[in-house]
Design a protein around this ligand. Sequence first.
Ligand SMILES: [Zn+2]
Length: 147
Amino acid sequence: MQKSIRQSEGDSLSFNEEKAPEEPHVKSTLESLRICLFSNKEFDGVKMCLDHMRLKYNFRIVDIESLINLKGLLAYIAERIQLGKLCLLCNKQFKTAARVQQHMIDMGHCMMPMDADDEYEFFYDYRRAYANLNVKRKTKGNQISYE
Ligand SMILES: [Zn+2]
C-alpha cells in the first residue's frame, strides 16, 4: 500500500516558476554597490556613489586608512539596512528598509558608529595602524632625559 513520492518530482523543471513577483522590486545596494545606501540612487561607479553619500548624507567610512575590504563593508552595511532593517548608527529596527532609510536621513544617522569596532573588525586590518603607533611611542621615549 505504499505510494510513490516520486510522482510529484516531475514538476520541478517547470518554466512557470520564474514569473515576476507581484510587488515592484526596488533596486538597492544589495544588487549593486554603485547604489546609494540611503536613497537607492544609482551611480556610474562605487567611488561616485561614496562621494554622493559623503556630500549629501555626511556618510564617512570610519578608519578608512585601515580598511582592507571596502566592497565587503559596503555589502555588509547594505544587508544591515535592507535585510536587517536596522539603523546604521542607533540600531533602531523598522518594518521596512525604506523606513530605516527615511529615519537615517531625517535623524542624520547616515553614519557608522565610532564605538562598534568589533562588528566591522573583519573588514579592517589595524595591525599597520598599531605598528605605526609603536614606532611613535619609541621615538617619544628617546626624548626623556634624566640628566
Ligand atoms: Zn538611528
